[in-house]
Write a protein that binds this ligand. Structure first.
Ligand code: LLP
Length: 385
């Protein structure tokens, strides 16, 4: 529940804006840290979920590493306190300048996705007189049963190296003299609420380790990626993901040999619930089937509903009415997909009311755009700084 004192503050902020509850972020990080420290697992926060500098500073202060997918993310993470020695750099299409930037920072590891990428990194590292640490991203062929737009572990996805070609790729990587093969990397998708796909992932990792052992290869790093989901429907009942259940399931299914380290790349689960997008109602337009509540935020501010059909709980923070009506909540952008939700029940809503779009901390502010030459959303924090 958003507290009355926060709503009073919101009245003075200019809409649309993102509001970050940094105390919830810290509580989430406390729970995560306790869950992973129990087994000495490592977390690299997935910067793509939210690269707001204040958020990055809070997360880096916990000693976590960063998972980056662009040269700019690598630089920003390091600027915001993540040690380069805990930065991993992933992505199917790393450009040469991005590779050079990461090598200049001496990052912990590149997560590589193709033979050609390995060859290019080897060549660039050679020219720079460096050795690149590399983990190979394996496509485990697992269905994470999540939204099809963010399901990445299936065999037809562009991500990762085919499970059956892995031994061949390992041989090639071992032959490249400016590459140090350090580990295996996986990521099966995002917004995963069921621990079962992770159990299957552990079995795939164990299987691959056995194959590699037969080749005489043992790799010290196993990175299982991110993907733990959050409760978009009940943010107040479940503000912090149940990290323990996932971590326990991994601990009981993953074979970890002496000297091996386990890594994760959680994004959404860390920042999802601490962010709320707040927008003001501009107009109410009654229609035959519904009432349009036209708000001052559009998909330029929060694109998830328009892009993936994702759900964000919408609450009217200021209506005093006890009457409930049905609304289609829509933005001002000149596109018919600029719709946040349809036919939802809200207390009678009027021009000037404030609507909260909950669970917007992950893939919200960071995916904002300036289409229609709109301003980027404002940002406020619970500690008023
Ligand atoms: N590691 C890799 C290699 C990834 O591709 C991703 C997310 C993560 C870690 C972090 O996943 P998370 O723990 O946040 O689930 N924009 C979409 C989500 C895209 C996820 C992309 N990759 C959304 O709004 O739902």
């Amino acid at each position: 529940m958003i507290a009355q004192e926060d709503i009073r503050k919101f009245e003075t902020f200019s809409t649309p804006f993102y509001y970050y509850d940094l105390s919830l972020l810290r509580k989430t990080l406390d729970v995560l840290k306790k869950a992973v420290d129990k087994y000495g697992y490592n977390v690299h926060y997935a910067v793509k979920a939210n690269a707001n500098p204040r958020i990055l500073q809070v997360i880096s202060s916990y000693g976590f590493g960063a998972d980056c997918v662009s040269g700019n993310e690598v630089s920003k993470a390091i600027e915001c306190g993540f040690p380069a020695s805990k930065v991993v750099f992933a992505g199917v299409g790393k450009s040469d300048p991005e590779i050079i930037n990461a090598l200049n920072h001496d990052i912990f590891c590149f997560n590589c996705e193709s033979i050609q990428e390995l060859e290019v990194i080897n060549e660039i590292a050679g020219k720079m007189g460096k050795t690149a640490n590399v983990a190979l991203r394996l496509n485990p062929g697992i269905d994470a049963h999540t939204n099809k737009c963010i399901n990445t572990g299936l065999a037809d996805s562009k991500f990762g190296i085919d499970f059956n070609k892995m031994e061949e790729v390992v041989k090639i990587a071992l032959g490249l003299k400016n590459i140090k093969l350090k580990g295996l990397h996986f990521h099966i998708g995002s917004q995963i609420l069921d621990p079962e796909p992770y159990r299957l992932l552990c079995l795939r990792s164990n299987e691959m380790q056995e194959k590699l052992a037969k080749m005489g290869v043992e790799l010290p790093e196993i990175n299982l990626g991110g993907g733990i989901g959050v409760d978009y429907y009940k943010p107040d009942e479940n503000p912090i993901p149940d990290f323990d259940t996932f971590i326990e399931s991994i601990h009981s299914n993953l074979v970890v040999k002496p000297g091996q380290h386990v890594h994760f790349e959680f994004g959404r689960a860390v920042v999802g619930q601490c962010g709320t997008m707040v927008s003001r109602v501009l107009y109410i337009k009654p229609a035959s089937q519904t009432n349009f509540a036209i708000v001052d935020a559009g998909f330029t501010d929060l694109i998830r509903p328009a892009l993936y059909g994702s759900y964000h709980k919408i609450e009217n923070l200021t209506s005093q009415s006890s009457e409930t009506l049905s609304y289609d909540v829509v933005g001002p952008i000149c596109e018919s997909t600029d719709v946040f939700d349809k036919g939802i029940k809200l207390p009678e809503t009027k021009r000037g009311d404030l609507l909260a779009f909950r669970t917007a901390g992950a893939y919200g502010e960071i995916m904002a755009s300036q289409y229609n030459l709109r301003k980027l959303p404002n940002v406020y924090y619970s500690d008023n700084q």
